[in-house]
Design a protein around this ligand. Structure first.
Ligand SMILES: [Zn+2]
Length: 71
């Protein structure tokens, strides 16, 4: 006589996140990404927002990694 073990595995349920909870984080992330993109792409020379070059030096490797002209 053979014995079968039946194991019940619960099915995963989808987590529903309301859109009104996602929108503020999506806007925040987009603004932050655009700010980083602005600093990496245009923070140099005549269009520099910070005059001492601190931001440019901070994102300098990122500029070269993304092949933006630097010097
Ligand atoms: Zn450079």
């Amino acid at each position: 006589m053979s014995q079968t073990n039946v194991v019940s595995v619960p099915r995963p349920t989808a987590v529903r996140i309301p859109l009104r909870e996602i929108v503020p984080w999506a806007v925040f992330t987009t603004v932050l990404a655009l700010l980083v993109l602005l600093f990496v792409t245009t923070e140099a020379g005549a269009v520099s927002l910070v005059s001492d070059g601190l931001v440019h030096e901070f994102v300098h490797d990122g500029r070269h990694l993304l092949a933006f002209p630097c010097h």
